[in-house]
Each structure stands twice: as C-alpha cells, then as structure tokens.
Design a protein around this ligand. Structure first.
Ligand code: COA
Length: 285
C-alpha cells in the first residue's frame, strides 16, 4: 500500500517500530468523512501484521485530534443515499471498533485539541490514551438533538462510571485533559508540550516487550470483561496455553531461566533479556 496516496490519513513508520497514524483533515478539525473511514480501514488492515510495526499511535494533524463525525459529509449528504450511507457506516464501525480494538499490537490515542462525539469510539478502542492537559473532550450529541450512537453510548457506559457516562452525555459539558485523566476517560494527561515525548516514551517501552505476550494480554482483558468467572478462568487458561504455543521467543521459559538459574534479572525491575534476534530483523522476516 502506498501511504503517500492517502488523502485523509497520514502514516509514518519510524525506525523503532512506531506507526504514527494521523487523521488528516486539519481544516475540518479532523471530522470523520466517509472517505476518511474507507482509508482508515485500509490502513489498519495493512499495518496489523506488518512486522516493522510494534506499536500504533493514533493522532491528528493540525489543532485537533478529532471533532467527531463530519456532520455534512457523513450525515446530511448521505441522508438520501441509503447505499452510500450503509457502506460508510460499515467502514466507520469496522476501523473504529472491529479493527482498532482487536489490533494485534498495542495502540495509543495521542489526544490534543478537540475530541468530540464519535471520536470517543476510537478513544476507547485504543489500549492507552495520553492527552494534553489542554485538550477538550465533549459528548456534544445532546446539543445536536441526537443520541451518542454509533457505539459511543456503549463505550462510555463500559469505560466510565455510569454516573459520569450519564452526566457528560446528558449535559454535553466539556472536560479538559486533566479532568479526563481524573475520571479515567484517558490513561494520563500531560502538558501539551510534553504530549509527543510522553507518548513516544510509552510506545518505545511497549515496543521492547514480548509482542506475543502483549497481544495475548490485550485480547484477554478485553474479552473477560463480558464473561462469568467460570468462563473467564477457563478462557484465560486456554489463552495462556495459546500464548506459550505461539510465543516464538519462548519468553516464559527464558524468563524463568534468567530468574531462577542465571539470576540475571528480577521481574519487578525489568523484563527478561530478549535476544537481539527476537527484537530485530529476524522477527521481521
Ligand atoms: N463536522 C463537519 N465539519 C466540522 C466539524 C464536524 N464535526 N467540526 C468542525 N467542522 C468544520 C467547521 O464547519 C469549519 O468548516 P469551515 O471552515 O468550512 O467553516 C471547520 O471545521 C473549522 O471549524 P470551526 O468551528 O471554525 O473551528 P473552531 O476551532 O472554532 O471550533 C469545534 C472547533 C470542533 C469546537 C467546532 O467546530 C465544533 O463544535 N464542531 C462540532 C463538534 C461536534 O459536536 N462533533 C460531534 C458531532 S456528533
């Protein structure tokens, strides 16, 4: 895929394995048009199993992370075009939820400027969210006379306290990055000038860890939330076995050897020492 041909998304893959994926409609505050949705589906499918990519960061070009759905192009112009509306809706759901929440590598939302309405879906689909203190979040749907639909209502009741979900969706009151971190709408908030550096540091930390372990942890945590205790216990055991089968680094055995026999590391202070071949090019082949 030639990323240079994209019109609504900007993709850069750094040498340390971080895919910086930015929504790229800065003039419209990165409001999401149907074409942006179609491009994001292609981008996420392309990056998911790209061996060069170890972590994905979702950002936004210009002064805003994402101003929600494009009211003109996604709503009004498709009102009388059922086929186009259907296809746009499918793509909108596919990348923001299906592909992003199950992305096989860690994902970080790097939020600055505005994050409104529909943008909450990709915010919660990402594993981590780092926000600028000055960022502004809002469930503005109530002010448009519409529901926090398109999965927004579901991700907020699952991801926030019920009280906060109801309060912010029924009042439309905005909150800044600090408040968003306080109610755990985001993982952390930092002064705007530190946003990129903090996000990059987190991405680099994740990029050093065993990729199969990270993948299994995120898959497991997302799914056990909807399970009974018995189902979760059985599922986690099966995932543990799956991970040992799929882990090409043999992380579990190596870590035990390093801790019990070689005494070269303690897990409370750092990860086991991964061989160069596991961290580098061999994995890419
Ligand atoms: N859909 C369509 N266009 C949007 C948009 C959206 N969600 N958000 C911003 N834009 C467009 C504006 O119409 C404007 O276009 P124009 O230059 O052709 O007039 C451009 O982006 C810049 O927006 P503007 O309002 O001038 O910028 P601002 O920095 O003063 O304010 C926002 C930014 C995001 C606060 C404001 O545009 C806004 O409230 N947008 C709606 C956000 C929202 O409620 N989204 C959820 C929808 S459910």
């Amino acid at each position: 895929m030639n990323f240079n041909e994209l019109k609504n998304v900007k993709v850069t893959i750094s040498d340390d394995g971080i895919a910086w994926v930015n929504l790229n409609r800065p003039d419209k505050r990165n409001a999401m048009s149907p074409d942006l949705h179609f491009e994001m589906v292609d981008v996420l499918k392309e990056l998911a199993e790209d061996p060069k990519v170890r972590v994905l960061v979702l950002g936004g070009e210009g002064e805003s992370w994402c101003a929600g759905q494009d009211i003109k192009l996604f709503f009004r112009e498709l009102d009388d075009k059922p086929r186009e509306r259907h296809l746009a809706r499918l793509a909108n759901h596919e990348w923001r939820w299906t592909l992003l929440s199950s992305f096989p590598k860690p994902t970080i939302a790097m939020v600055h400027g505005y994050c409104f309405g529909g943008a909450f879906v990709q915010l919660f689909a990402c594993d981590f969210a780092i926000a600028a203190d000055e960022a502004l979040f809002g469930l503005s749907e109530v002010n448009w006379g519409i529901l926090p639909g398109g999965l927004v209502g579901k991700v907020i009741v699952d991801g926030l306290s019920y009280r906060d979900a109801v309060y912010y969706s029924m009042t439309g009151e905005q909150l800044d990055g600090k408040k968003a971190a306080e109610i755990k709408l985001v993982t952390q908030s930092v002064p705007g000038e530190q946003l990129r550096a903090r996000t990059e540091a987190l991405a680099q930390e994740l990029a050093k860890k065993n990729p199969q372990t990270l993948r299994t942890i995120k898959e497991s945590l997302r799914l056990v939330r909807g399970m009974s205790v018995d189902q979760a216990a059985d599922y986690l055991l099966a995932k543990e076995r799956e991970m040992r089968f799929l882990d090409r680094e043999g992380g579990r055995e190596k870590a035990m050897t390093q801790f019990l026999d070689e005494k070269t590391y303690r897990p409370g202070y750092g990860e086991y020492q991964r061989g160069a071949e596991e961290q580098g090019e061999k994995e890419a082949s």
